[in-house]
Design a protein around this ligand. Structure first.
Ligand SMILES: [Zn+2]
Ligand SMILES: [Zn+2]
Length: 272
């Protein structure tokens, strides 16, 4: 177990459509691993297109809040439990997310691209009959579009999520091939004081890299980026704090001496 990164700031429970794990089980696992804190970031993806497996990415916010704050108190002697959300960004949702983030008492808001112009790359349809390069590039373009419509998130989630699902995954993918648009994204984030996350989901998807990949994280640091949270994107207890030893090594190798945790929407910098 790593002893450098003691917060897992991206995780789901049964409040998310794609998880069936009760919150308590995620918290118990985090306690067993000796984490200092966790942040639940349940999915809210309004206007998510119909899926083959008929998932419903809406979120019962009222019950989510009640359950989380009840458990937060119950576990307060053992672990800190923060209240977050993962917003599924689409260009037309800016006003809705502005309203939501100004009224709900979040500790932490991740903005993520899941749906690109009506398709989630998680499903093969997004890639059908097209070059992988064009699909990846369209994903990055949509990040810039999303940031034009809404920039009220604390970090942008798993910046290169699309490569988890491409036909060749990350075999042909590198920072260099997309450096123009990735730099534009990173500069935009930095200028608006939005961080990125190191999402270790890439390791359990077999990429051998986090999302975004190490070279993008290094580039973010080079361009002056300082805010970076760490999350395993766990949907089941076995993935809590997954590959956090690797995450710590990557951050150090990229020039970070701190990682970031958000409380009441404010960044706190914890030494590695
Ligand atoms: Zn996500
Ligand atoms: Zn997630």
């Amino acid at each position: 177990m790593n002893n450098k990164i003691l917060w897992d700031c991206h995780m789901h429970s049964a409040f998310s459509a794609d998880s069936e794990t009760p919150m308590e089980q995620m918290i118990e696992k985090a306690c067993a691993l000796g984490l200092q804190g966790i942040c639940f970031t349940e999915h809210l993806d309004p206007d998510y297109p119909p899926t083959p497996d008929q998932l419903d990415f809406s979120l019962d916010m009222k019950t989510y809040i009640e359950t989380l704050f009840f458990l937060k108190e119950q576990y307060q002697e053992r672990i800190q439990v923060n209240f977050g959300i993962e917003l599924g960004l689409q260009e037309h949702l800016g006003d809705f997310f502005r309203g939501l983030t100004q009224t709900a008492p979040f500790d932490f808001v991740i903005g993520s691209s899941h749906v690109v112009h009506g398709y989630d790359p998680y499903y093969d349809d997004y890639f059908a009959g097209r070059e992988e390069y064009d699909c990846y590039r369209e994903y990055f373009e949509s990040i810039l579009e999303n940031l034009q419509s809404f920039d009220g998130m604390d970090v942008y989630g798993h910046l290169d999520y699309v490569v988890r699902y491409g036909p060749g995954k990350n075999k042909e993918y590198s920072y260099g091939i997309y450096s123009d648009i990735l730099d534009e994204i990173l500069r935009t984030l930095i200028s608006r004081n939005i961080g990125i996350e190191l999402n270790t989901g890439g390791y359990h998807y077999g990429l051998g890299e986090p999302n975004p990949c190490v070279d993008v994280i290094r580039r973010y640091r080079e361009l002056g980026g300082e805010i970076i949270t760490v999350g395993a994107d766990a949907h089941t207890p076995d993935k809590v704090a997954y590959a956090f030893d690797k995450a710590a090594a990557v951050l150090e190798q990229c020039g970070f001496r701190y990682y970031t945790v958000f409380r009441s929407r404010k960044p706190e910098f914890l030494a590695l």
